[in-house]
Design a protein around this ligand. Sequence first.
Ligand code: DAH
Length: 366
Amino acid sequence: MEELQTQKNTALEAIEAAGSLDAVEALRVDALGKQGWISQLLKTLGKMTPEERQEKAPAIQQARAEVADAIAARKDALENAELDRRLATETLDLSLPAPDEARGTVHPVSQVMDELAEIFADLGFAVKTGPEVEDDWHNFTALNMDEHHPARAMHDTFYFPDRDKEDRAMLLRTHTSPVQIRTMVNEGAPVRIIAPGRVYRSDSDATHTPMFHQVEGLVIDRDIHLGHLKWTLETFLKAFFERDDIVLRLRPSYFPFTEPSVEVDVGFEIVKGRRVLGGSGDAPGHAWMELLGSGMVNRRVIEFAGLDPDEWQGFAFGVGVDRLAMLKYGMDDLRAFFDGDIRWLQHYGFSPYDQPTLSAGVGAPA
Ligand code: DAH
């Protein structure tokens, strides 16, 4: 009996002193495992007479319970100590604000197209689109550039190897002007549209990319003259650049699809190394910059589109959307528009929550 007490006390002290969960486990096996000394003692009970068993059993049971409790308590203590240690060393600062959700931006080209749609909607223009894979009749012939027209060579066209069902050569449209033809053919007159979209030319340097964007404008009605063209362009450019001092210069030019044709220049000055539009190009410190092509729609084009040129007439214009974006928002390398660099997009992109409106100003807030 005394031996049991000594053995038990030794075990309890060892458990109390155990420095790790592994050490506690070793002590458990030593006492309560299959071959453990307490398990062995419990086995001997089976071989005793009932009287003997009655005398010895309580002390053994007692020892087993005390040792088991001590092991459980020591395990708990060691686990809590481990948790305290981790809580003290691993810091999780719950006071930090949650990071902003990642949010995309509206590409400047899309932004400018939205601005154009808003401005021209106010003038009664609808937005039209046409296919980027065009045939050479819509892209050239119907625009008064027949097969051997030298102007075709100006366009560095990407052709497809196959021809379409009507045996027309297929190409990537070189300008948005074919949408003029498609709209007149499909809808007749009168017409008041803009047609923004992608166009393609085999051309590549800092100011030319093989794909770029244009917006076409077309007005066809019964009494349209050059004055309407000039007023429309002036109104559009003043709204777009949000300046009342935009001054235009119309210069005689040549496009196969307009007659007469005018190149439209806009006055600007250099402020802190940037071109700022406004003022006459003839004013001191100012100059003219070529901005867009336009003119009165050539009667042959109206005919090609199936309308009577003695009844219907109008004006058209075409301008680079990317160029408008660069002039308004200050980018200087066109190629970066199409690199998809997220840093550029974060810098020059626009919030999807700011829709351009005429009342609030079509420009996005700085
Ligand atoms: N299509 C011409 C180009 O891509 C631009 C243009 C000039 C369009 C005059 C027009 C226009 O509608 O009248 O270079």
